[in-house]
Design a protein around this ligand. Structure first.
Ligand code: SAM
Length: 307
């Protein structure tokens, strides 16, 4: 289905939990206010909303969080969603991946986006609030060994990963596509943003990378040493081609990551027709664009909305 501006909505991101086994400085600032289990939609309810979205034209569903692998029943959810015939993918920090790899493969997960900002163990621990780099690297290697199509997503941060060559070499060694994401400011993380924002353009210039092609929200660049995708919500705004909707673990539908608009799906979960009508209204209300550059910042943090 098309939104009010004619953008075809094909992509749903479901955050299955706000909980995470890491606490990245730019994502979920402390103190962490965690939800109670009873606030969350059940796996069946999440799958039902996904099913109705698929009926409206969604053909790709991303399972994310928080950390999706800490949510009980996540493999069952993957199974129910992939049974709808749409591409089912996951974004994860990969730390717990080895415990779930076989179940996720059997459930029909087709692709894994692993988040990894640095290969420096000390910096990794610092950014993630105590994480262990070796566990994330093992998880990524496990995903590669199990044959998942793999992307490595690194959030560009000044003073953390200005030298991107180690990440490029690692991504190549595990057969992953490497993508850099520009750090986005949220109301709760503006200090971090001001200190660490590193525009994509600085990296492409530093390594003499040439533009190769554009695909959706990703611009691909290459130099002799490596190639990578760049997702630049600030440097290269892609709202005019945004095709996504978000569903949070508590049942809020967000038509835009950076807007205050959110619609509670819970009253509509009992009736397919009512749910379909409600989701159509959510899609129709998708805002034209974010307005970060005008200082309009999301008040909720990324971890609770779902990255
Ligand atoms: N826990 C999972 C993970 O680490 O991939 C999934 C959730 S996490 C919120 C999803 C992605 O959002 C991660 O790649 C993370 O780096 C990214 N992210 C979080 N906060 C961000 C911010 N302020 N700007 C840009 N990307 C951000």
């Amino acid at each position: 289905m098309k939104d009010g501006l004619g953008r075809e909505i094909r992509y749903l991101r479901i955050s299955v939990t706000d909980k995470c086994n890491l606490a990245c400085a730019y994502c979920k600032p402390r103190p962490v206010k965690e939800l109670r289990h009873s606030d969350l939609l059940t796996v069946e309810q999440l799958a039902f909303v996904a099913e109705v979205f698929v009926g409206l034209g969604v053909n790709k569903v991303r399972i994310t969080g928080g950390e999706p692998l800490v949510r009980k029943g996540v493999a069952e959810l993957v199974g129910q969603i992939s049974a709808l015939g749409c591409e089912t993918v996951m974004t994860t920090n990969a730390v717990l991946f080895p415990q779930f790899a076989k179940k996720l493969a059997a459930a029909g997960l087709s692709r894994v986006n692993a988040s990894l900002d640095t290969l420096d163990p000390r910096k990794y621990t610092e950014i993630t609030g105590g994480g262990n780099l070796a566990e994330a690297v093992d998880g990524i290697r496990c995903a590669a060994d199990c044959g998942f199509r793999l992307k490595i997503n690194a959030v560009l941060q000044r003073g953390v990963n200005d030298d991107v060559l180690p990440l490029a070499e690692f991504a190549q060694s595990v057969g992953a596509e490497l993508r850099f994401i520009e750090l986005m400011p949220f109301a709760s993380t503006t200090d971090y943003f001001e200190k660490r924002f590193l525009p994509s353009a600085e990296i492409t210039e530093k390594y003499g990378m040439k533009f190769v092609r554009e695909e959706g929200n990703v611009a691909y660049y290459a130099c002799d040493a490596f190639r990578a995708g760049f997702i630049s919500p600030l440097g290269r705004k892609f709202c005019s081609s945004c095709d996504r909707m978000r569903l949070t673990s508590t049942g809020l539908v967000l038509p835009c990551l950076h807007s205050a608009l959110r619609f509670d799906v819970k009253p509509y979960l009992v009736d397919r027709e009512a749910l379909e009508k409600f989701l159509k209204e959510c899609i129709a209300s998708k805002p034209p664009s974010h307005n970060i550059e005008r200082g309009e910042l999301q008040q909720d943090d990324m971890g609770s909305i779902g990255g």
